[in-house]
Design a protein around this ligand. Structure first.
Ligand SMILES: Cc1cc2nc3c(=O)[nH]c(=O)nc-3n(C[C@H](O)[C@H](O)[C@H](O)COP(=O)(O)OP(=O)(O)OC[C@H]3O[C@@H](n4cnc5c(N)ncnc54)[C@H](O)[C@@H]3O)c2cc1C
Length: 389
């Protein structure tokens, strides 16, 4: 068992660490200033300019296969990259990324949707959630009926990330009510010009999703992604693509937060001595350090299983559940150690406090992760002794 990074992993991780320190972290005061004024933290052009800078240094398409111009770095390396990016709250991502299910498109679909998404010319969004169907995704009611050579889509989607910015949507609709999720749901690639409407949904965090409305939107038959009736499988594949990546980003945030808490504890004096001298503060630091360490190995283990092509579902759910819960506990402690300053918008702690809360909700709530973990044990798909047997 080797827990060290090899030279190449170290080199890539250090490059990202330096990029975040030199290019991303300096943007933080301006991002906070804009957000306080109710503006987006980073404009699309600014994001693109930063992505281009990274691309010029060869950093593009971390997970994207090399044949599509990406780096094809694999899961462990991507988790390490995400962790470094998570150290800043600036909403930056390297360019060259496309949703995994777009790789299932035919040649024409790849030309029109996959390649422009990778290059950053087009923005995609993924829409399964509806006002009446969230955790219970099988209950979706958006429908598509065939009329001549076209499909006519009707329904409403909600909480769609990038739904207001997207140029096209991968939308999931019922094409056979009898079969439902078992062969009766289809995924369509629908351009905004085909007529769907979006409305932003204000949230407590920076990721403003949108509600989408489909009112008799006509979609050519050529825009079915994969096969008619096989959409639910694609949706599950999308959701399962990187549950380890969400806690990986949170891990980076937690590392930075605990570092801030250590500094604050050493510098803040109360009752004649630094608060670091008080056991109440030390215990908060100690508990946070233990949890950060545990989360690191849960994330890397889940990513390692992905790289091995092994069944990683249990490990990914465990990392996502633990990461969501512990990141929220850690940011709360760090806010507490900062006292009143932690509660202000002068520091980014309250921002992380709001943002990390989302981790317990999207891409499977805590309760749904627990349900998955327990079911895997009860049905014998996973053992409590883990992958070592
Ligand atoms: C910011 C944001 C971005 C999002 N982005 C997207 C996106 O891009 N695309 C997309 O399709 N969706 C997206 N979602 C939707 C997200 O996946 C859902 O919000 C999530 O799956 C929960 O569904 P729900 O909100 O309908 O809650 P519900 O399913 O109504 O759940 C309500 C509560 O009941 C609990 N619950 C439900 N079922 C069970 C059960 N069987 N056992 C125990 N407890 C249960 C839940 O855990 C939760 O606590 C996003 C959501 C947010 C907030």
């Amino acid at each position: 068992m080797d827990f060290t990074l090899d030279d190449e992993q170290k080199e890539i991780r250090d490059w990202v660490r330096t990029f975040v320190r030199k290019e991303v972290v300096p943007l933080e005061p301006e991002v906070l200033r804009r957000e306080r004024a109710g503006q987006p933290g980073l404009g699309r052009d600014e994001l693109k300019a930063l992505q281009d800078k990274a691309k010029a240094a060869g950093f593009f398409g971390v997970l994207t296969p090399r044949e599509y111009g990406g780096m094809g770095l694999g899961a462990v390396m991507t988790a390490l990259v995400e962790q470094e990016l998570g150290r800043s709250f600036v909403p930056f991502r390297f360019g060259g990324y496309a949703d995994n299910i777009l790789f299932h498109g035919n040649e024409e679909q790849k030309r029109r949707y996959l390649l422009p998404t990778i290059s950053g010319e087009r923005v995609s969004c993924f829409a399964i959630t509806e006002p009446g169907a969230g955790s219970d995704a099988k209950a979706i009611r958006t429908s598509a009926r065939k009329e001549g050579g076209e499909w006519v889509v009707n329904g409403e989607k909600t909480f769609i990330t990038q739904g207001h910015e997207a140029d096209f949507v991968m939308v999931f609709a019922v094409t056979d009510k009898e079969k439902g999720a078992a062969g009766g749901v289809t995924c369509f690639l629908v351009d905004r010009e085909m007529g769907w409407k979006s409305e932003p949904i204000p949230t407590m965090g920076q990721w403003g999703p949108a509600a989408l409305v489909f009112d008799d939107v006509r979609v050519p038959e050529a825009n079915v992604l994969g096969e008619v009736g096989q959409g639910f499988r694609l949706a599950m594949q999308w959701i399962g693509q990187g549950r380890y990546l969400l806690p990986a980003r949170a891990l980076g945030a937690c590392e930075r937060l605990v570092e801030m808490a250590v500094e604050q504890a050493k510098n803040r004096v109360a009752f004649g001595q630094p608060i670091a001298e008080y056991q109440a503060i030390q215990w908060m630091l100690a508990d946070s350090a233990v949890e950060v360490e545990a989360l690191r190995w849960l994330v890397l283990h889940a990513a390692w299983l992905v790289d091995q092509g092994a069944d990683s579902r249990q490990a990914q759910s465990i990392a996502k559940l633990y990461g969501g819960i512990k990141a929220n506990e850690i940011v709360d402690r760090v806010l507490q150690i900062h006292g009143g300053m932690g509660y202000t918008r002068e520091l980014p702690i309250e921002r992380w406090y709001r943002e990390l809360r989302l981790l317990r909700i999207y891409e499977g709530t805590d309760e749904i992760q627990r349900r998955t973990i327990a079911r895997n044990l009860l049905r014998g798909h996973a053992k409590v002794t883990g992958t070592l047997g």
